[in-house]
Design a protein around this ligand. Structure first.
Ligand code: GN1
Ligand code: MG
Length: 359
């Protein structure tokens, strides 16, 4: 079935003018569907059902989360996604090969970025995720867990231990150094996760995939519009959203930079992001959440090192890759970022403390 046929299965307005691939998602395939005349444009996605084993439950999460947000914001068509149902009323269409497709409205005059080049962009991103969490603070129904143990490092270690044992691609023998990066921090990361498990850190509805390119900005005003890519919206600690954003925004290089001298954490971007985030969440975070804000960057960056390396060890089955060693290059670049965060950690904590106390 062609993408032209597939978009025809959805209740869209207008006549399709063109369908083109969009963006660089590592998991799903995304297309922009342009229509003729005044009708809205659309985003069509093939949802990866290997990564997301229950796409209908995931779409149900997304619809409930976006409807909850829509009921509260001034401009419901711009301040969150609008999911478009298929002609049979379902929020997905399953093609003859078993692939799942979903559609949402493209928000006009919006833009995404791959790199946080200005402090204001980072601040706006922090505001965006802070607002996302605030809008969902009273969302009480449970959400489906779309990927099991997504940011749960205890669960990730189970997968990790199994991967090392299975050594499916025969790569473990060449990775002693990289593996030691993971093992040497295992206890420290588990100790953090224990705070989530024993309730010291509360769980809330969180986004869980807050890298910069998953945030939409208004092209005209530069202000944040909303968080997109809601596939992983589910219950977790709000710190995961901050951590994943810090991993992405503060990096002076690319996520997969082969030139490690370019990779480090920009402390000013860190400060700007936390400033924006706290402007929305200062009064609703618990003291323990604030205490671990800086650590969240280290936690998620570490987890990302583990996930890229594990995928390399598994023979590249999860992330899309552009070269045979892409996951290893990503691993090394993210590890360099982690080291830079570790070096600057005392300063990060100081910044959080000052900003949390400021009004
Ligand atoms: C994936 O889906 P996308 O490309 O926004 C991944 C994130 C990783 C990120 C690394 C569902 O994000 O967890 O942090 O790549 N998403 C999933 O860039 O695994
Ligand atoms: Mg995603």
């Amino acid at each position: 079935m062609t993408v032209e046929n597939i978009i025809g299965k959805f209740s869209i307005e207008g006549k399709v003018a063109s369908i083109k691939p969009l963006g660089e998602g590592f998991i799903n395939d995304t297309f922009i569907v342009k229509t003729e005349g005044d009708a809205p444009d659309y985003i069509l996605q093939r949802k990866n059902h290997i990564v997301f084993p229950d796409v209908p439950a995931m779409m149900d999460n997304i619809v409930r989360v976006t409807e909850h947000i829509k009921a509260k914001v001034a401009d419901p068509m711009r301040e969150t996604l609008t999911v478009v149902p298929a002609t049979d009323g379902k929020y997905y269409f399953r093609d003859e090969n078993g692939n799942y497709w979903a559609v949402c409205v493209f928000i006009p005059d919006s833009v995404t970025y791959d790199k946080a080049d200005t402090l204001e962009l980072a601040r706006q991103g922090g505001i965006g995720i802070g607002r996302f969490q605030t809008l969902l603070a009273d969302f009480t129904e449970p959400l489906a867990e779309t990927i099991k143990g997504f940011h749960n490092i205890r669960f990730r270690f189970q997968q990790w231990d199994e991967s090392l044992k299975a050594d499916k691609a025969g790569r473990v023998k060449d990775l002693a150094e990289e593996i030691s990066w993971i093992e040497s921090r295992r206890e420290k990361m588990l100790a953090f996760w224990e705070l989530v498990e024993n309730g010291t850190l509360p769980t809330r509805v969180t986004h869980n995939d807050t890298k910069l390119s998953n945030i939409l900005f208004d092209k005209k005003t530069g202000k944040v519009l909303c968080a997109i890519d809601l596939d992983t919206a589910m219950s977790s600690t709000s710190l995961n959203d901050v951590g994943d954003a810090l991993r992405s925004y503060t990096n002076t290089g690319a996520e997969d930079d082969p030139d490690l001298s370019k990779v480090s954490m920009d402390i000013n971007i860190f400060q700007a992001y936390i400033d924006g985030y706290l402007s929305e969440r200062r009064d609703t975070l618990t003291p323990v959440e604030i205490e671990y804000l800086a650590f969240s960057g280290l936690y998620i960056t570490y987890e990302q090192v583990l996930r890229f390396l594990m995928d390399y060890i598994d023979g590249d089955t999860y992330y899309k890759i552009k070269s045979a060693d892409h996951n290893l290059v990503r691993t090394r670049a993210q590890y360099k970022l982690l080291c830079s965060m570790e070096e600057q950690y005392p300063r990060m904590q100081e910044i959080v403390k000052n900003l949390a106390a400021a009004r």
